[in-house]
Design a protein around this ligand. Structure first.
Ligand SMILES: Cc1ncc(COP(=O)(O)O)c(C=O)c1O
Length: 340
């Protein structure tokens, strides 16, 4: 089957480009120096490829991701890099840990420490605010939280801090300096907390972290047009194939819209040669076709602006042997870690 023959809209992975992205990252951050974030792809089949290239420890954003990874036999060392308060989900995570997975959850408050201990979890990491106004404790509270966790019988593996506000700093020297300042904060907290893990970073900063033990990058494997602005050595490996539904003299419409693409980083882009995107509505993208024009029934390719929410809309990734409509479809990876 060719990419052009898939039922649309469908997500297509350029297999060779994906393999090159994995190889480039494994070169820069081999084995446990990378803890790939599964929230970017939500697929145990894709995660198995990351294991095959040497990364056996994963970052998860939701209990569902961690439980699914454990059930798929990928639970050697799972970090839920997020605060969890739901007793039922924490109990399920503790059950997966008793069944043989290693599960560590992030804590940033008395409430998250107490909830983890009450559910029977055994390992936590103190999540520290290093500048992104999201989760994470005040840096000078990290030591106290670690003490509280240890008193509650939890083993504290170390610290994490995610500098998400620095991913898209376009000036490299500026980005380097600001990441270094954020890591200073994380290391000061680590001096109070102890433990062997110092976890940080993402695709936009993966090569600026020589003082942490691991980086949590996820998007690098498939990439999107947003990260494409940074000039990183990772190739666009994810496209959406869509069918032209309607073609008028000055525009055309295909069947991939807001329910196909995560749009918080802006519109998707028409892939090279397919024209210029005008706007998306629920089930449609309106675009100005390239010079060759399009007819109803033609297939077009688009590139998402934000990989994580885009994939979360889909049930599967089709893996092809190249980037174009003529590429052969080789495999199907279920997006099996959706939900919370
Ligand atoms: C906790 C955490 N770590 C790491 C990342 C990095 O992911 P990416 O490499 O896709 O930017 C994210 C993304 O939002 C995150 O929330």
């Amino acid at each position: 089957v060719k990419v052009a023959e898939l039922a649309t809209p469908a997500l297509v992975v350029d297999g060779p480009a994906f393999d090159r992205n994995l190889a480039r990252m494994a070169d820069a951050r081999p084995g446990p120096a990378l803890r790939p974030h599964v929230k970017a792809h939500k697929s145990t089949a894709l995660a198995a490829r990351q294991v095959a290239i040497g990364h056996r420890h994963f970052t998860c954003a939701t209990p569902r991701e961690a439980l699914g990874m454990a059930a798929a036999g990928l639970g050697e060392d799972l970090l839920v890099a997020n605060e969890v308060l739901d007793p039922a989900r924490l109990t399920a995570l503790a059950g997966a840990a008793r069944a043989g997975a290693r599960i560590t959850v992030a804590v940033d408050s008395d409430a998250t420490v107490d909830a983890a201990a009450a559910a029977g979890l055994t390992e936590v990491l103190v999540d520290v605010d290093i500048g992104l106004p999201r989760c994470g404790c005040a840096p000078d509270d990290a030591g106290r939280l670690a003490d509280r966790a240890r008193r509650a019988g939890l083993s504290v593996r170390g610290v994490m801090g995610y500098e998400g506000h620095l991913m898209m700093v376009l000036d490299r020297a500026d980005q380097r300096a600001r990441v270094a300042a954020a890591v200073d904060v994380l290391l000061a907290a680590h001096a109070d907390v102890g433990g062997e893990v110092i976890s940080s970073g993402g695709t936009g900063t993966y090569d600026l972290h020589d003082r942490v033990t691991e980086v949590q990058a996820g998007s690098y494997a498939l990439m999107d047009t947003h990260y494409g602005q940074l000039g990183l050595p990772f190739e666009p490996a994810l496209r959406t194939v869509a069918t032209v539904l309607s073609a008028r003299p000055r525009w055309a419409v295909c069947d991939a819209g807001l329910k196909t693409f995560g749009m918080d980083h802006g519109n998707p882009a028409m892939d090279d040669g397919f024209g210029a995107l005008r706007f998306c509505s629920d089930e449609h993208a309106t675009f100005v076709p390239g010079p060759q024009g399009v007819r109803p029934g033609d297939r077009v390719l688009l590139r998402p602006a934000h990989v994580d929410p885009t994939i979360a809309y889909h049930e599967q990734l089709w893996v092809a042997d190249g980037p174009g409509l003529d590429a052969e479809v080789l495999d199907r990876w279920p997006v099996d870690l959706r939900g919370w």
